[in-house]
Design a binder for this molecule. Structure first.
Ligand SMILES: *Cc1c(COP(=O)(O)O)cnc(C)c1O
Length: 419
């Protein structure tokens, strides 16, 4: 028995499915990580994998980047939690408002879930309306009002609607299909008096990778504005990933509110929400919308996050990341097509679809997620680690070398032939 298997046997008695977050419950058992550096993750049995999961998105600089490590260590010397404001809060907030012109004011929180929860409350508080619109299969964290057709682990495990969420709590959550301007516009025409905001992932990353069709985001912006509905971009994945300024810079579309997370914390837990000054001034103690947190804006997270974002701004690795990502995708297309499968990518995100490239959630549900898992397991044996679900997105980091890419392509081609 491997050490991972041994640990898992104990873990399943201690934690539901043995894990701290559902997507990690890999069959027959997950590997337990001993350490990680650059593009590689090493398990407790000494096996090394090229990592394209990258902790589900945050690690755009790869594991244990020396600059981020140095910043964390420097902060540790000075203490790691004060419960008071710090200088870096101001510096980091200034940088973010520069990179995201739609964000005039912001708040630091601890997770992406917390950020979307606060942003939705704020939109409701500001507009005095109760309804929200979300896109089917989009994931905005694991809190009540957005746990409807939620993507990510909720899709992988076939529980689109969680037990324990009272119907009354999601009564005001409306759904529209992604890439469908018509549905949105007819919903808003009927319900505009009731709907506070629409929240969406500009590029869907939690129901496999789904790209917006030409002009979709611009149309969404136009329709929401015309109907007096706030637009919230959930850029917890796409922020600092598609570009320094996220999807809103990449596509040139300006939301009213934005949520950030993942990369913004440099590998430590973070969430950020922000937007128009007039809306943000509704937040307590300035205004009547309450939001607070013991660990919010903590020095350790801010030093890791700021160092990461500063690295991205100074080194602008986006072109090379995109080139390397394309190299993987383009080289496996022939093998995929032979099997009726497909792939796509944007910036340093890519998806491998066991079926046709999806345009929305119902397309994504038609993908052969069991075949994906066969592929996943074959790759793992050959030292390549993808996120363990058809409904997640693969990521690259600046630490992924030409050599990593070449090896990955060879391994993927060989594994596809074995399916
Ligand atoms: C990961 C994710 C979240 C939740 O962030 P957590 O830090 O896991 O709470 C929210 N929205 C999107 C789009 C995400 O990908």
């Amino acid at each position: 028995m491997t050490k991972s298997e041994e640990l898992y046997k104990k873990a399943i008695n201690l934690m539901p499915a043995g894990v701290s977050s559902p997507v990690r419950a890999i069959k027959p058992y997950p590997f337990y990580t001993e350490k990680a550096f650059g593009s590689k993750i090493v398990d407790v049995d000494g096996r090394e994998y090229i990592d394209y999961c990258l902790a589900y998105g945050p690690l755009i600089l790869g594991h244990a980047h020396p600059k981020v490590k140095e910043a964390i260590l420097e902060q540790i010397e000075k203490g790691w939690l004060y419960g008071t404001p710090i200088e870096l809060e101001v510096i980091f907030a200034e940088l973010i408002t520069k990179l995201y012109p739609s964000i005039e004011m912001l708040r630091f929180v601890n997770t992406g879930s917390e950020a979307t929860m606060a942003a939705i409350r704020l939109a409701r508080g500001y507009t005095g309306k109760k309804g929200i619109v979300k896109v089917e299969g989009s994931f905005h964290g694991a809190h009540d009002s957005v746990l409807v057709k939620a993507g990510s682990g909720a899709t992988t495990h076939g529980v689109p609607n969680s037990a324990g969420v009272p119907e009354e709590y999601v009564k005001y959550t409306y759904q529209v299909p992604y890439n469908d301007v018509e549905s949105l516009s007819s919903l808003l025409e009927k319900k505009r008096e009731e709907i506070a905001a629409m929240i969406l992932e500009p590029v869907m990353g939690n129901s496999s990778l789904i790209l917006p069709e030409e002009n979709y985001l611009r149309e969404v912006r136009k329709i929401t504005k015309e109907n007096d509905v706030l637009l919230i971009f959930d850029e917890v994945i796409t922020g600092f990933r598609l570009s320094e300024g996220g999807a809103q810079q990449y596509y040139g579309v300006k939301p009213d509110l934005t949520t950030l997370g993942k990369i913004a914390g440099g590998g430590l837990p973070i969430g950020i929400y922000g937007g128009k000054r007039e809306i943000m001034e509704m937040i307590s103690p300035l205004g009547p919308v309450y939001q607070a947190g013991t660990f919010s804006g903590n020095p350790l997270t801010l030093s890791a996050g700021f160092t990461t974002v500063k690295y991205l701004v100074e080194n602008k690795p986006y072109k090379i990341l995109e080139k390397r990502t394309k190299e993987i995708v383009e080289n496996i297309i022939p093998e995929l097509e032979k099997l009726g499968y497909s792939t796509s990518c944007i910036a340093s995100m890519f998806g491998i679809y066991f079926g046709k490239e999806p345009k929305n959630y119902s397309d994504a549900l038609k993908l052969d997620s069991k075949k994906f898992l066969d592929f996943f397991s074959l790759l793992l044996k050959e030292g390549v680690f993808l996120p363990p679900s058809q409904y997640e997105t693969c990521f690259l980091s600046v630490a992924h070398s030409e050599e990593d890419i070449e090896k990955t392509v060879e391994v993927m081609k060989a594994c596809l032939r074995k399916l």
